[in-house]
Design a protein around this ligand. Structure first.
Ligand SMILES: *Cc1c(COP(=O)(O)O)cnc(C)c1O
Length: 398
């Protein structure tokens, strides 16, 4: 018997759960895009967007998803003949590199596989070898949503600065902003890209590119920049229509206002620590399940695990079976494995992911874990006993 009727829960790593406050804020008549409340509201959004990234950098807002933000950022810092260096740790570094190649930018990829973090020393060595300074930027993924590894952007920034190489540090925080600790200015990040639909709790459709003065100076060296992606008019909203390269994404902006209010009210440090504790509850449960069965966490070192998403291996075809069962029987949708395969599992049916970014709290995570446990039982997938108790222990000690 299906027990799925009731409020559905999308526990995939983006789009994330939308708060009712965000949906309510978006449910309104069309506002004037030339003057009045909407125009005033956007000026107020920027300081809060800066707060979430701990920066004084400028923020350009685009009507696009994360892929668009990737391209927007690249279009302002590199052109044909330039090189970007990409330490890849899963799927998303490779994706950003593909975007660069599409713009005629040469890419130098250092592949760190799907189970580990990148090594800042290897990136620094590649920069040191580039005596001609053809490398214009390092494209670093903060949290790789496929592998669920969290890379140390601060260490990378320090290693890059120690080389004296002028390449910009660009960070992909699509999965991590508003979830995992990120300090753009302290960590020496020049450009940061993110999207609306993960930690920021707004429907997909807004891309953000943060850029500091070093990055803005680099932009002026390019021969041309695509008019739509050019961040210059967007960094300074003199004229609202131009700021968005055309009509503003009216309703998304109202949703974003509500989401940023929620983050402000909770406090960014508290937002980070809520996610950290909820992630620890998930890991505690998975470790117990794994003691009596095949489930394993993709990233073994807890200090390298993201607090936004957890990639898990259950063995083919159990990842897919579990997802199908929870969706049909419980109203919870789990994330597919992304870019993870094994020789005997070319389609990656043995993998799945849990998204736990944004509008999630203790009861949702305990419910999520309860549903996974029920699925393991229903499908006769061996697992250790006592996982929910282990998660409750983490939550009760918080
Ligand atoms: C989701 C994600 C993207 C891509 O965002 P889209 O909105 O799907 O284009 C890029 N990078 C990371 C780290 C992501 O998690």
């Amino acid at each position: 018997m299906s027990l799925a009727h009731g409020r559905p829960y999308l526990a995939i790593p983006g789009p994330s759960v939308m708060p009712d406050a965000v949906l309510r804020a978006m449910h309104r008549a069309s506002p004037n895009i030339y003057e009045g409340a909407l125009v005033e509201m956007v000026a107020d959004l920027i300081p809060d967007l800066q707060y979430v990234a701990q920066t004084t950098a400028r923020v350009a807002i685009y009507i696009c998803n994360g892929h668009g933000a990737w391209e927007a950022a690249l279009a302002n810092v590199a052109e044909e003949g330039d090189v970007v260096l990409v330490p890849a740790t899963g799927r998303f570094g490779h994706g950003w590199a593909e975007m660069a190649r599409g713009l005629g930018i040469e890419t130098q990829v250092i592949d760190f596989g799907t189970k580990s973090t990148f090594d800042p020393a290897q990136v620094a060595a590649a920069l040191e070898a580039d005596k001609a300074h053809r490398i214009k930027a390092v494209l670093a993924t903060h949290v790789d949503t496929a592998s669920s590894v969290r890379n140390d952007i601060a260490a990378l920034g320090a290693a890059m600065r120690a080389t004296g190489h002028p390449a910009l540090l660009m960070a992909d925080c699509v999965a991590s902003l508003g979830v995992d600790e990120f300090r753009m200015d302290d960590w020496g990040v020049d450009v940061m890209v993110t999207g609306s639909q993960k930690g920021l709790m707004v429907p997909p459709g807004l891309g953000f590119v943060y850029f500091n003065d070093r990055a803005a100076a680099r932009r002026t060296e390019l021969r041309r920049v695509s008019r739509y992606w050019d961040w210059t008019p967007r960094g300074k909203p003199d004229f609202f229509y131009e700021y968005f390269g055309g009509t503003a994404p009216t309703h998304h902006l109202y949703g974003l206002r509500a989401a940023l209010d929620m983050i402000r009210e909770e406090g960014l440090e508290q937002v980070w620590s809520r996610h950290a504790t909820l992630a620890r509850a998930i890991w505690a449960a998975v470790e117990v399940w794994g003691q009596g069965g095949p489930m394993t966490l993709n990233i073994t070192d807890p200090s390298l695990r993201s607090h936004a998403v957890t990639a898990l291996r259950l063995g083919a075809p159990h990842g897919t079976r579990l997802r199908e069962w929870t969706a049909a029987q419980t109203g919870v949708t789990l994330g597919i494995g992304l870019g993870m395969t094994e020789p005997d599992d070319p389609k990656g049916t043995g993998f799945f992911r849990l998204g736990h970014m944004g509008h999630v709290n203790a009861h949702m995570i305990l419910g999520l874990l309860g549903v996974v446990e029920s699925g393991l039982r229903a499908l006769d997938i061996p697992h250790g006993k006592g996982a929910l108790g282990a998660a409750a222990e983490v939550i009760s000690g918080a």
